[in-house]
Write a protein that binds this ligand. Structure first.
Ligand SMILES: [Ca+2]
Ligand SMILES: [Ca+2]
Length: 258
């Protein structure tokens, strides 16, 4: 008899337990629903773009491409030496990616005998005003160039650059040097046909006039030269059959990812 009471008592405890569980079960999924929804959304809302300047380019391929501005060479432009550029900006840095035409790059590196070579100019307009500044090679004027070389003695080297601003000189417009090489403004590495560069916004903004600091939106293009400073390419570019027929394109509009 005791055993029956014990079994009945156990059964009632189990019933209470399972009934309670049954009562609460319908509310549990509802409780969970909001957190289940927000968790997977978080990474979609704010995916991080992580780029490292190491001469490896898997990071660019893995990044959220909607956050990166890219431009592929227009085959009807006067140039073919550079296939693609990409630009990504976060609150601290601006990253540039360059992919050369393999044959053009090989030719340039082969021609370089004990000489520096493969100069580029990063062209920047940071004030949203496009009529002052330098008027050539892009459809918008730009105020700053960062000039440096991507290769020496036939191989890619680390990138270092001088910063110049287009200003009114005593008699004419001229480029005024704001930062010399070794200033840590830019750094870059390359391998194969590709090269990547990182620009430190704080160093740039400390060097330029207060009304031309790099804000959330700015404009960028890249000019490419051969070892004798002949023009290799301008990116972005456009068909030489359109506009003025010189193949100049619009600077890329870059919005900071924050
Ligand atoms: Ca990298
Ligand atoms: Ca301007």
């Amino acid at each position: 008899m005791k055993r029956i009471f014990a079994l009945l008592a156990m059964a009632s405890v189990m019933c209470v337990f399972s009934c309670k569980k049954g009562d609460t079960t319908p509310t549990q999924p509802e409780d969970k629903t909001p957190s289940d929804k927000t968790d997977p959304q978080k990474p979609d809302d704010k995916p991080t773009v992580k780029l490292t300047i190491d001469g490896k380019f898997e990071d660019w391929a893995a990044a959220d491409q909607t956050k990166i501005k890219s431009f592929k060479n227009n085959p009807d432009s006067p140039w073919d030496a550079v296939k693609e550029i990409r630009v990504y900006a976060n609150a601290d840095f601006v990253y540039f990616y360059i992919r050369y035409n393999h044959d053009s790059l090989e030719e340039q590196l082969d021609l370089m005998e004990g000489e520096d070579g493969l100069p580029i100019r990063l062209c920047l307009n940071t004030d949203g005003e496009f009529t002052s500044g330098y008027e050539n090679y892009f459809l918008e004027h730009y105020d700053f160039i960062i000039e440096g070389s991507l290769a020496a003695e036939g191989e890619f080297t680390d990138f270092d650059g001088t910063l110049h601003q287009r200003v009114q000189g005593a008699e004419k417009m001229e480029w005024k040097e704001l930062l010399k090489p070794g200033n840590n403004l830019v750094f870059g590495k390359g391998s194969g046909d590709e090269y990547e560069i990182m620009l430190a916004r704080e160093i740039f903004n400390n060097a330029v006039p207060a009304d031309q600091k790099m804000g959330d939106k700015f404009y960028a293009g890249v000019r490419f030269y051969d070892i004798a400073w002949g023009e290799l390419s301008n990116m972005p570019n456009e068909s030489a059959e359109e506009g003025d027929g010189n193949g100049w394109g619009h600077l890329l509009e870059i919005t900071t990812d924050k």
